[in-house]
Design a protein around this ligand. Structure first.
Ligand code: TXA
Ligand code: MG
Length: 360
């Protein structure tokens, strides 16, 4: 049975958060809010607990999970060394949406790192998450709470719909403030390497430690080949179950426009929704506006929820408008590119044929 910890007028009951934390220390699994997305957490030092997280999510065992801590000093026992630049970033951005990859210590079990020699650590900027980790008295391993491959979870009701009955606790933290996952940076190299763009813009990191390297897969473009420095890069990700996402990049030069694609799909009997900025000039059909292109933070905040909502309504196609890759826009584009699996307007006819085949 899953215990649902709901918010009351006075906020979340502290004794229930404490109970959930104590449950983690006994090997139980708790879904909890962070400022980025909801996480599904267990004791990072308990191999069995970590394995049950993988089982519940259906996550490939070689894809490592992030270890969450409540104080900067808690990083020490998890790593064999803290590089100077990592120390500077922790002081500048923790608690916050930044995950740092460092050399692991003996204390970290294999299940956490997927067998890699590095561990990723972050301190979330969310009071519920921090109280929970403190109450657990142990670092908390927590991937995003979605089932493997699906869009991340950013509201309590989505968490309940996906995980009720599969975990021990689900804690209501309302809607996540940021809405996309943390930025992941590999600190084990001379020049730090961005593995996943996220809630903390690269520009902000570079303002503090100078320019960093950007992994070519960080844009979310193309299929990843070869050995991934971050195994999450090579797996299908953020994809709705029913709906096919088609991404219209800003610099698109060939294929139909969003309006033309909509008309083509509607006349072929498909259901269509458009996931666009406030500025998009579209009237006909289901138009979901995520925010102004000048405020990519607002777009990031509702992106996953909107995809989940459209998927629930079983719309056949989601036509998504690309935005600038500035600031958090890079994280938004990474998620959209991966959700679309590379489907753009040029491939629309092929996609229609595929979808017809699947519906038959
Ligand atoms: O915002 C977030 O980061 C959320 C919340 C819950 O904290 N967590 C999250 O975890 O997004 P997850 O497991 O969905 O994504 C973690 C990403 C994966 O792409 C994984 O491959 C990468 O980080 N990663 C984790 N540990 C790593 C390591 N030791 N080396 C390289 N990449 C790692
Ligand atoms: Mg995830």
């Amino acid at each position: 049975m899953t215990i649902l910890v709901r918010r009351t007028k006075g906020g979340l009951p502290a004794n229930k958060i404490r109970a959930a934390g104590e449950a983690i220390s006994k090997g139980r699994i708790v879904v909890f809010p962070t400022e980025t997305v909801y996480g599904i957490g267990g004791d990072a030092l308990d191999e069995d607990a970590v394995r049950s997280i993988f089982r519940i999510k259906g996550r490939p065992p070689d894809n490592p999970v992030i270890v969450h801590i409540a104080r900067i000093s808690d990083v020490q026992p998890l790593v064999s060394e803290v590089p100077e630049t990592a120390r500077i970033l922790m002081e500048a951005f923790w608690p916050g949406p930044l995950t740092l990859v460092m050399k692991k210590s003996e204390a970290v079990p294999k299940a956490v790192t997927g067998g890699l020699g590095n561990v990723s650590v972050r301190m979330p900027a969310n009071s519920v998450a921090l109280s929970l980790i403190k109450a657990a008295g142990t670092p908390v391993a927590a991937p995003s709470a979605n089932l493997s491959g699906r869009p991340s979870i950013t509201t309590f009701s989505e968490a309940v719909a996906e995980l009720d009955g599969r975990v021990d606790f689900i804690i209501d933290g309302g809607k996540c403030r940021i809405g996309v996952e943390s930025t992941v940076v590999d600190m084990t190299r001379k020049i730090p390497l961005l593995l996943r763009p996220g809630g903390l813009p690269v520009e902000e990191i570079e303002r503090v430690i100078g320019s960093i390297d950007i992994h070519p897969a960080a844009s979310g473009r193309g299929k990843f080949r070869g050995r991934a420095p971050s195994p999450g890069m090579k797996y299908r990700h953020y994809s709705p179950v029913h709906s096919s996402v088609v991404l219209f990049e800003k610099e698109q030069t060939s294929g139909p426009s969003i309006a033309e694609a909509r008309d083509r799909l509607l006349s072929s009997g498909f259901t269509v929704a458009m996931l666009v900025t406030d500025e998009a000039r579209l009237r006909k059909g289901v138009v979901v506006r995520l925010g102004s292109s000048k405020e990519p933070e607002r777009i990031a905040k509702s992106l996953f929820s909107a995809m989940r909502q459209l998927d629930r309504s079983r719309v056949d196609f989601i036509l998504a408008e690309g935005i600038d890759e500035k600031g958090i826009g890079l994280a938004v584009m990474n998620r959209l590119r991966r959700a679309s699996g590379g489907n753009g307007p040029e491939g629309l006819e092929k996609l229609i044929a595929l979808k017809r085949g699947a519906q038959r």
